[in-house]
Write a new protein. Sequence first.
Length: 94
Amino acid sequence: MSLRIGHTVDRPGAVTITVDGTPVSAHPGESVAAALFAAGRRRLRESPRAGAPRGMFCLMGACQECVVIVGGRRVPACQTPVSEGLAVTTGVPW
Ligand code: FES
């Protein structure tokens, strides 16, 4: 079932992606980063030296802080659209 927000946004019905093997509800057209944020996932990996938590920062593909594995490739979560059955792995070493 789609969701209309105001007069400008018509959000499609939910699909399910998996994040580290856990099902997460998402909507086609949104980024993996948006789906992770909505699911309460803020920490995506650790910094290589200090082990500090890293997550979404610029949300425009510039900082690479949101890198995850999708389809065996390192991709920025903020630039990767969700689709049904997409498998996302976090904790990518830098
Ligand atoms: S948050 Fe900066 S590249 Fe995704």
